[in-house]
Design a protein around this ligand. Sequence first.
Ligand code: MSP
Length: 509
Amino acid sequence: MPGRFFITTPIYYVNADPHVGHAYTTIMTDVIARHHRQRGEDVFFLTGTDEHGAKIARAAEEAGRTPKEHADDLSARFREMGRVLGASNDFFIRTTDEQHMAAVQELIVRMHDKGDIYKGSYGGWYCTSCEAFYNEGDLAEGRTCPIHQREVEWIEEENWFFRLSAYQDRLLAHYDAVPDFVRPRSRMNEARSMVEMGLDDLSMSRAQVEWGVTVPWDPAHTVYVWVDALFNYYTALTYAGDGLVDRLWPPSLQLMAKDILKFHAVIWPSLLMSADLALPEHLFVHGYILKGGERLSKTTGNIVDPFPYIERYGLDALRYYLCREIRFGDDGTFTDEGFHQRYTSELANDFGNLLSRTTKMIERYRDGVVPADPGCDADLAAEATATRDAVRARFDRDDVTGAVEDAWGWVRRLNRLVEEREPWALAKDDARAAELDQALFSLANGLRIAAVLLWPVLPGSCAQVLVALGEPADAVALDMAQWGACTPGARVTPPDPLFPRIELDEVAT
Ligand code: MSP
């Protein structure tokens, strides 16, 4: 019985416009969500925006508007990014939603009642870009933030503390019990050593920050923005629809980049234990998209805007490039040349041409009707099943790049089939009509299977492939990636090129 699958992206800060780094996480989450929908699971995909705290208040002030006006504008741009990327999210949460704020208050009251929150005073080096305190020893040269290379400020105030230190043993016990709680393993080890080094209690309210959720028992304080933000994964389910908490909690998979590992692998499970809520099943920590050797970031000033690539090459090309070029879990570099190269040689040549050749041959030699299966390609049928099982197993290990590589291996296998069988030669010899039927059937049916396997990555193009092959555009369940699960007597329609040729010149970013 297919189960539930609740998947999340981090909620993005509304301090600046979305860039390819944010698009990356949203796309990868979408690909995984779509794959699980293909399995027939009850999928819920959550994303949204993180709108409170000093960082956002400062960005709003710089833009000369109120934090709410600023957040409304930027949040809408992130929502629009998701739409343009084809994200199939089921809900978009904003931390300024009233229901979210009320739910955060309820949760921290629960933690307070339990004795996990106490008043104390604290002084530390604060990086507003990270919204986090640093110990002196963790700062970079010149007393700067190790991530943003920006000056940190000394902040000293009385505020409310969460007894994070009390959760140290329970966290380690959880890591032992669920050794792949964080994937890849290197990130699990990193999280474990953070905890083993000892945890300080967490300052979880701010007296000097007005833009946030009010601490219910002490209205002079707002909730620390990370506590407010982390709880979004839970609060969203309390108001995105009826019965969602019971149906979906806890998250099956939560994606993020390594910059926010500690928040998700250490603080987040501790907050949940304190609030008596079940922990997420897995976190997956992917790498950074780099440009010129540096992580894309507004703060470091080297951003890549995804939209010009979409306009020029199409959405599916961007989705494909990110899945394929950057091994999921590792850092990877975004280059115009690499993008163009994969577009031309893989999408246009391997996939687009195969479809146009196949449909044209079926039109020319068989009046556009896919022949019935003569049944002589049992080996190929077995290869198709093996490919589908391999793709599925890759997704089980969060190996999205490997899944695309396996599916592409199948596309290449079909290209070799054209060369091996030479349908144009078979067509000249009436005595070989059955062989031609087999070649054309195997190509059409093989392409249909490729479209099912690649649909999570290339949803628009794969729907077009199916339609060109005379199949329903939505026949994308994983079970359809089965030899012969096609419509008998389907009529093909040679399509316009799926990936038209494009000259390489600078994409204006
Ligand atoms: N608001 C916090 C997250 C709160 S979640 C409870 C935050 N927001 S963010 O806007 O800075 O987004 C960070 C996330 O965006 C990263 O964890 C990652 O998923 C994605 N990325 C941003 N830049 C990226 C790259 N250059 N490369 C890869 N992913 C990137 O942190």
